[in-house]
Ligand binder design. Structure first.
Ligand SMILES: C[S@@+](CC[C@H](N)C(=O)[O-])C[C@H]1O[C@@H](n2cnc3c(N)ncnc32)[C@H](O)[C@@H]1O
Length: 291
């Protein structure tokens, strides 16, 4: 980026042009994120400050950020922050950047009235990453008992930092154990999971800012993309109480296959919900009781 632009509007335009030339996806959004961080405002509020003049210190910080994004780093790792359900989360290479689609997973869980009518529902966030699912649920439904698991110690450390940031240090239990090692049979009322579900061949073709920077273990779901989903469903069939609820984020064409896996593992009422782009995204199901 040249050293001439000074106002927010000029920096936005010059930065977005520069990133576009370097083949960065959504260059305008990346610039908005960087400027939002520098100006301590939300991404879209950057546009209410078009005439603000940036001092040399901020311009220099912006140039450094733009250069990192141009070199392929995700803007959210450069800013160290991302927004999920209206709250800010610390974000770095230890865990996947929380995605807007996952807000649908949280909304489905929050909308499950019979779950929250229980006195102290036990809820597992399988594969917590940066912690956004467990933290959002615990803030919205403080009466629940929350456990967040991840096999990545790095991700768990970040999730713990985020839970402290949101005042939930003692409210969510964190563990790096596999579900089957940690949980007793029929001990949970609900499981929310956003497992890795991208087929390996598709992972290899992901844009470099994702493939080269976000943890592969958070994305790669094996040759068909269904391997980890299947193990989550099997874990859920063992650890949920009868009548317990499973909320699962899935890949855009996995609705039918996941519905079949759920039925094969004793779940009923499977429903596939679409995201804003009209793709399969969330599946909800109930562990069927006897008969
Ligand atoms: C798609 S990311 C989801 C992260 C976070 N829940 C979110 O929605 O932003 C999947 C997470 O599952 C974790 N994971 C992968 N295999 C796992 C396993 N067998 N048990 C527990 N967590 C696992 C990964 O380390 C990663 O953090």
């Amino acid at each position: 980026m040249s050293s001439s632009p000074k106002t927010v509007a000029e920096v936005l335009k010059a930065g977005a042009d520069y990133l576009a030339k370097h083949g960065v996806d959504a260059p305008q959004v990346a610039c908005e994120l960087l400027l939002g961080r520098l100006l301590h405002c939300r991404r879209l509020d950057v546009h209410t400050r078009h005439d603000q003049v940036l001092d040399e210190k901020r311009l220099e910080a912006m140039r450094r950020g733009i250069n990192r994004v141009a070199a392929g780093e995700p803007a959210q790792y450069v800013t160290g922050e991302t927004e999920f359900m209206g709250r800010a989360y610390k974000t770095d290479k230890r865990a996947l950047i929380p995605r807007p689609e996952t807000e649908l997973l949280v909304e489905e869980a929050l909308g499950c009235a019979p779950l929250w009518q229980k006195p102290q529902p036990a809820v597992l966030d399988w594969g917590t990453g940066a912690g956004c699912v467990a933290i959002s649920l615990a803030l919205a439904r403080p009466g629940g008992l929350y456990l967040a698991l991840d096999t990545s110690a790095d991700a768990l450390a970040l999730a713990r930092e985020n839970s402290a940031r949101h005042g939930l240090e003692n409210k969510i239990g964190f563990s790096d154990s596999e579900v089957s090692d940690l949980l007793e049979a029929e001990s949970m009322d609900a499981i929310a999971a956003n497992p890795p579900y991208v087929p390996t061949a598709e992972w290899e073709k992901l844009p470099r800012h994702i493939r080269d920077h976000e943890p592969r273990a958070a994305l790669d779901g094996g040759p068909t993309g269904l391997a980890v989903i299947e193990s989550v469903i099997q874990d859920a069939a063992l650890t949920l109480r009868l009548g317990g609820f499973l909320f699962l984020e899935i890949g855009h064409q996995q609705g039918a296959a996941v519905t079949w896996l759920l039925a094969s593992n004793g779940f009923s009422d499977a429903q596939v919900k679409k995201d804003m782009a009209g793709h399969d995204r969330i599946v909800t199901a109930t562990l069927a009781g006897p008969g």
